[in-house]
Ligand binder design. Structure first.
Ligand SMILES: [Zn+2]
Ligand SMILES: [Zn+2]
Length: 342
């Protein structure tokens, strides 16, 4: 559709306003690369580098691959007492129990996922799998959120390649929306919503960015952020714990390829928030749930022009100019060799 239209997000039940006529104006943003600051392989002031001391006084081991530790400033605590306050229908609060961990992806301070070897990324996925199983198996943990904030523009305080895991007793709102939509779809069609969605996308081929034997990266039909993408497994997988060794290699491969394309967009380390959504760890089977990984990059036209979710978006509805199909095409055309290696 070339005219302003609303698209339905079948995964959350929300709408996005698309205004493609505004994107036909010339691409004005600058596209030349911004020189990456030269980072050292080891930074003595970085609290995530091997052997360094963290704010709490603990010393990091001399780790060779990945390293996980309890967040020194956890937003959730595992010893929070049960408490709830319900004055009436208007003032409601409940205590929340959880565990927050930090995962260093590499001992190298100067690398990011797109510059790492597949074998090294596989080690990150191995650790995600192990942490998901360990945290998810605990009685009071019903949801495990694995995520990565990359780049200062996303509020990431440290350039060392790392991600986080927040595990908690409640299902967070963004996931709850997807629980409701996937459950309703499964009850009606008896197949997972995202598996049906992926097979339709593979037929259409309009929004596919990159694909391998086990995974597909695409720009969702309902994408909100300009270069938003999603990685989907090709078979029914409720959570990361179900990935075989072979599938973990394919996951590492597509994660790397997608982020290389991102970096090649403006020849910079492309910022984003990314995270894996998966079935609740409430001890129940969730055949309606299909694991997937979201990427929400904030950049719009250049390394320095950011998309702001303000005004109409804050008050009414998310909106975008460039269509999901245009974004997918742009991403598809980008090289699979990192610009620093070209
Ligand atoms: Zn570091
Ligand atoms: Zn999701």
């Amino acid at each position: 559709m070339e005219y302003p239209h609303r698209r339905y997000n079948a995964l959350t039940g929300e709408w996005i306003l698309v205004s493609p006529h505004r994107a036909t104006r010339p691409w004005q943003g600058q596209q030349e690369g911004i020189a990456d600051e030269n980072k050292p392989q080891h930074d003595k002031n970085c609290y995530l580098c091997p052997g360094n001391e963290r704010a709490g006084g603990q010393k990091n081991p001399d780790y060779a691959n990945t390293f996980v530790f309890k967040n020194d400033f956890s937003a959730l605590l595992n010893d929070t007492p049960e408490e709830s306050a319900e004055e009436n229908d208007l003032f409601i609060a409940k205590s929340e129990k959880g565990i927050c961990r930090v995962i260093c992806f590499s001992p190298r301070h100067d690398l990011t996922i797109p510059e790492m070897e597949i074998e090294a990324i596989e080690k990150v996925i191995d650790l995600w799998q192990k942490e998901f199983t360990d945290l998810g198996n605990r009685d009071f943990i019903n949801h495990v959120q694995i995520f990565e904030n990359k780049g200062a523009i996303m509020g990431c305080s440290n350039p060392h390649p790392h991600g986080q895991i927040w595990a908690q007793s409640s299902i967070p709102d963004e996931v709850q929306k997807e629980c409701i939509m996937q459950d309703a779809y499964f009850k009606k069609h008896e197949t997972p919503l995202l598996l049906d969605y992926l097979s339709k996308e593979l037929q259409k081929e309009e929004r596919i960015v990159v694909e391998n034997d086990s995974f597909v990266a695409l720009v969702p039909y309902w994408a909100t952020w300009p270069f938003e993408t999603m990685i989907l497994p090709k078979r029914a997988i409720q959570n990361i714990g179900e990935l075989s060794d072979g599938e973990k290699t394919y996951f590492a491969d597509i994660y790397r390829k997608l982020t290389i394309k991102y970096d090649n967009m403006f020849n910079i380390s492309f910022p984003y928030s990314a995270g894996i959504h998966q079935a609740p760890t409430d001890g129940k089977d969730h055949p309606e749930w299909q694991m997937h990984m979201h990427f929400y990059p904030p950049l719009l036209r250049s390394a320095t022009v950011k998309k702001f979710m303000v005004g109409y978006e804050m008050l009414a509805n998310a909106q975008r100019d460039i269509t999901a199909e245009q974004s997918a095409q742009k991403l598809r055309e980008l090289a699979l060799i990192h610009y620093k290696q070209q």
